[in-house]
Design a protein. Structure first.
Length: 140
């Protein structure tokens, strides 16, 4: 008698059409669940927003930055934002004054891709990465 068990037969993958249908059905179910979750969370978000408004008014009326209780602390957080309203004026100022610290430099992916296509090399100092993802769409 042979003590070695026979290798199981290879399991065939489901037909591609079945996999696409399963993917679409699963994605639709996930989207429905996300919508239901968002709807359920809205009631909590609304309550939190009302409480934040009351606490914000309290801090502003008392010229305070924070207020503490036995359970926690409410405090004002200051977030800054700088957006460009006149690009040529800002660019001219930065270049003229060599104010490079006022600019965040990043590569423009479209321009770098065009450069790579045209020159078959990257501009100096650039890393290039292309990733491939799978998308599935419903038939129209």
């Amino acid at each position: 008698m042979n003590d070695v068990a026979a290798a199981p037969a290879a399991v065939a993958a489901p037909p591609v059409g079945d996999l696409i249908k399963l993917y679409l059905d699963t994605r639709d179910a996930k989207h429905l669940l996300e919508k239901q979750h968002k709807d359920q969370l809205k009631q909590y978000t609304d309550v939190l927003n009302k409480i934040e408004g009351v606490l914000m008014n309290h801090l502003q009326e008392n010229a305070s930055q924070s207020i503490a209780s036995d359970d926690g602390t409410a405090y004002l957080a200051h977030k800054r934002s700088a957006t460009i309203s006149d690009a040529p004026a800002f660019k001219g100022y930065v270049i003229e004054n060599r104010a490079w610290d006022m600019v965040d430099w990043r590569a423009n992916v479209t321009a770098v891709g065009d450069f790579l296509t045209e020159h078959e090399t990257l501009p100096p100092g650039i890393n290039w990465k292309t990733s491939v993802t799978l998308n599935v769409m419903k038939k129209s």
